[in-house]
Design a protein around this ligand. Structure first.
Ligand code: NDP
Length: 297
C-alpha cells in the first residue's frame, strides 16, 4: 500500500503545536509579529500573501501587511524594509517574490535584518545553514523534512535525488539533508536542467524530491519500487474547471503512486507545510529577539 502523506494534517498539527510557544510568548507580554510586503499585482502572489496573513490570525501572530505599487521606485521598497527592520513589534519580514523587474531581489533580501529574515534567504542565514548552524531553515525545505519525519521516513544513509537547484527549494533542501543531524545524514544528488540521464538519478533514489516547476515531469517509469516521493511543484495548467485551470505537481501522480511507498499529493502536500513553517520561523524569531525561551515542535 502506498502511503499518501497528508500535508494538511501535518501542517494542522504543526500550527497547533506552535500555539504553545505563542502562549509562552504571550505570558511574557510578547505577541509575535510577521510583516508581509507585496509589490506585485500577480494574482498568485496576492493569494499566497493573503493565505499567510490568514494563517497568522488563526494562531495568534500579529499580521502586518504592506502593499506597494508594482510601478513604484525601488527606493519605496527599501524604505519599507528599513522601517520594518526598526519596528520592535515586527519579528519577521517576508517580501513576496517575484518582484518587478526594476527591483533587484538579491538587494532586497540583503536589506532585510537577518534576525527577521524568516524566509532564511539572507546570505548570512544561507551561510549559517550551509555551515550546519541554521538560524532559520527556509520554509519549504524545512516543511519537506517535517513531512518525511511525520511518515517515519528516516533520511540517514538514504540516497536522495532532488530535481531542481533553486535557492528557495533545491539548494537549501540539499544542504539540510546532508547535515550531520536528525533528518539529515543523507547522500544527496542535486539535479537541474543540464543534468544528463535524469531518470537514472531518480531511479537510484530512496527518496525523490521534485522541485522543477515542470508539470508532471517525473513519472512512475523514472522511479524504483518503494521510493518515497515528495512533490514540491505547484503548476497551474489549463483545465475545464470553474477557474479555467487546475493545480498539478511536478510528479505524474497516478504512475508514481503505483511505484512509491509514500507520496505527497498536490495540492495538500508540501504547500501547507511551507505556510506552517513560516509561522514556526516567526515564533522562533520572536523568541530570539525578545529573549523568551520557547519550546519549538
Ligand atoms: P525555479 O524555476 O526557481 O527552479 C527550477 C529548478 O528546476 C531549476 O534548478 C531548473 O534547472 C530545474 N529544472 C527545470 N526544468 C528541468 C528539467 N526538465 N529537468 C531537470 N531540472 C529542471 O523553481 P522553484 O524552485 O522556485 O520552484 C519549483 C517548483 O516548486 C514550482 O512548481 C513552484 O511553484 C513550486 N514551489 C512550491 C512551493 C510549495 O510550497 N509547495 C514553494 C516553492 C516553490 P536550472 O537551474 O538549470 O534552470
Amino acid at each position: 500500500m502506498t502511503e499518501v502523506i497528508d500535508g494538511n494534517a501535518v501542517a494542522a498539527e504543526m500550527r497547533s503545536a506552535l500555539t504553545d510557544g505563542i502562549e509562552t510568548l504571550s505570558d511574557a507580554g510578547v505577541r509575535p509579529g510577521l510583516a508581509t510586503v507585496l509589490m506585485s499585482d500577480d494574482p498568485a502572489s496576492e493569494t499566497y500573501v493573503s493565505m499567510k496573513q490568514r494563517d497568522c490570525e488563526e494562531v495568534g501572530i500579529e499580521g502586518i501587511h504592506v502593499e506597494l505599487d508594482p510601478d513604484a521606485p525601488a527606493e519605496e521598497l527599501f524604505d519599507t524594509v528599513a522601517d520594518l527592520n526598526d519596528d520592535p513589534e515586527v519579528h519577521g519580514i517576508l517580501v513576496q517574490m517575484p518582484l518587478p523587474d526594476h527591483v533587484d531581489d538579491r538587494d532586497v533580501i540583503r536589506a532585510i535584518d537577518p534576525a527577521k529574515d524568516v524566509d532564511g534567504f539572507h546570505p548570512e542565514n544561507v551561510g549559517r545553514l550551509v555551515a550546519g548552524n541554521p538560524r532559520f531553515k527556509p520554509c519549504t525545505p524545512h516543511g519537506v523534512q517535517k513531512l518525511l519525519e511525520s511518515a517515519d521516513v528516516d533520511t540517514e544513509g538514504k540516497d536522495v535525488t532532488i530535481v531542481g537547484r533553486s535557492n528557495i527549494v533545491g539548494k537549501p533542501l540539499a544542504n539540510l539533508l546532508v547535515q550531520k543531524t536528525d533528518l539529515g545524514n543523507a547522500t544527496v544528488t542535486l539535479c537541474h536542467s543540464r543534468t544528463t540521464d535524469l531518470a537514472e538519478k531518480t531511479r537510484r533514489a530512496d527518496i525523490m524530491v521534485a522541485a522543477a516547476g515542470v508539470p508532471e515531469m517525473v513519472d512512475g517509469s523514472m522511479l524504483s519500487e518503494s521510493t518515497v516521493v515528495v512533490d514540491v511543484g505547484i503548476n497551474r495548467v489549463d483545465a475545464d474547471t470553474d477557474k479555467g485551470y487546475e493545480l498539478v505537481g511536478d510528479v505524474e501522480y497516478e504512475s508514481a503512486a503505483e511505484k512509491a511507498s509514500a507520496i505527497t499529493p498536490v495540492p495538500g502536500g508540501v504547500g501547507p507545510m511551507t505556510r506552517a513553517m513560516l509561522l514556526y520561523n516567526t515564533v522562533k524569531a520572536a523568541s530570539q529577539q525578545e529573549s523568551v525561551d520557547v519550546e519549538l515542535p
